[in-house]
Design a protein around this ligand. Sequence first.
Ligand code: HEM
Length: 355
Amino acid sequence: MREQKTSKQRGRRKAILVTVAVSLMVSMALPLTGYIAHETGLIHTAQAQESDEEAVNPRAEYWRAVRGGTEGYSAVSGQETGVLIQNGGQNWRAVRNGPVSFYGGSLIIAVLLVLAAKHIVRGRDKLESRTGRTITRWSAFERVMHWYVAISFIILAITGLSLIFGRAVLIPIMGKEGFAAWAALAKPVHDYLALPFAAGLTLLMLMWIGKNVPKSYDFQWLKSLGGAIGEGHPPAGFFNAGEKVFYWLIFVGGVAMTLSGVYLLFPNLETVRESMQFWHIVHSSSGLFLIAVALGHIYLGSIGTEGVLEGMVSGEIDEGFARQHHSLWYEEVKGGAAPAAEGEAAQGTSSAATT
Ligand code: HEM
C-alpha cells in the first residue's frame, strides 16, 4: 500500500517537473520565434501584407498632430500642459546656438582685441598734471552701490557666459563631470543673484539719471572721441559723453535683461513655451551685448585712464583729473556755480574738499 502511494507520488512529481521544464523551455524559446519567423520569411510576409494594406504607420497621424502642437489631455493643470511637443524649441535652439552665440561671442572677443590694441598702441590716458589737491567726487553710498552692482554684474556675467558657452568652451577644459559640477553651482548662483542685482542697478540708475541728461557740448566730446582725435580734451560736465552713452546702454540693456530674466525665473507667470523662448533670446543677446559694453567701461575705469579708479575707491579725485576730464564740472565746483543745469555735483559743490 505504502509502496503504491510512493510510486504515485513519484509519478506526480515527475509530471510536475516535466511541466515546469517544458514551460521554462517554451518561455525561453519564445523570443526566438520572432527570429525564426524572420529567418524563415514569415515576418517579412506579414509586414509586406501590412504595408500593402496600409501604406502609412497607423500612428503617423497621431504623431503628426503631436508634433504640430495639438493640445491633448493631461491631468496636470497649467498652461500648455496638454501640449506634448512644441516644435518652436528646435528653432529656439538653432538661434541660441547659432547667431546669438556666434555674434555675441564675436562681439566680446572683438571688444577685447580692440582694447588690447588700444592699450598697446596708445597706452593709458595719462594725467597731464597731478596737483596733490583732491575734490570729492563720490559719496560713500554711491561707491558702495557702484561696487555692489559691479561685483554682482561680474558674477552674473561669468555664470551666464558659462551657461551659454560651457558646452563648447568649458567641457573640453574641465571634462563633462567637472562642467556638470560647475554648472550645478553656476545656475543657482545666476538665478538667486539676478533680482538683488536688478534692484541695485535700478537704484544706481535712478541715482545718476539727472547727471546723464545729454547736453549740447556732449556732441563735441563725441566728435573728437573724448580727445582721441585732435588736440586736448573736449569740455565735459560731471559725466563726459562717453560715460553718458555707457549709462544709457546699461539703462536700456538693464531693462531688457531684467524683464526677460523675470520671465525666465518665473515660468508660471502665464508664460507659454514660445514666449519663454523669445525672452531667452532677448536675455542672452542683451546679456552678451552688455558684457561687451561693460568690458569697455571696466578698461576705461581702471588701467585705461590714470587717476579715475582712485575716485571710485576713496571718493576723492585729483584736481588735475577733474580739470582734464570734467572741465565744466571742475569750473562749477571751483567757482561755486549752481549745478542745477547739469543736475549734478550735489556733493561736488557742497562737499568739494580740496586738500
Ligand atoms: C571691475 C569693474 C569696474 C570698474 C573698475 C569700474 C570703475 C568705475 C569708475 C572708476 C567709475 C567712475 C568714473 C568717473 O569718475 O567718471 C565708474 C562709474 C560707473 N560705473 Fe563702473 N566699474 C566697474 C564695473 C561696473 C559695472 C559692471 C557697471 C554696471 C553694470 C558699472 C557701472 C558704472 C556706472 C553707471 C558708472 C557711472 C559713470 C558712467 O556712466 O560711466 N561699473 N566705474
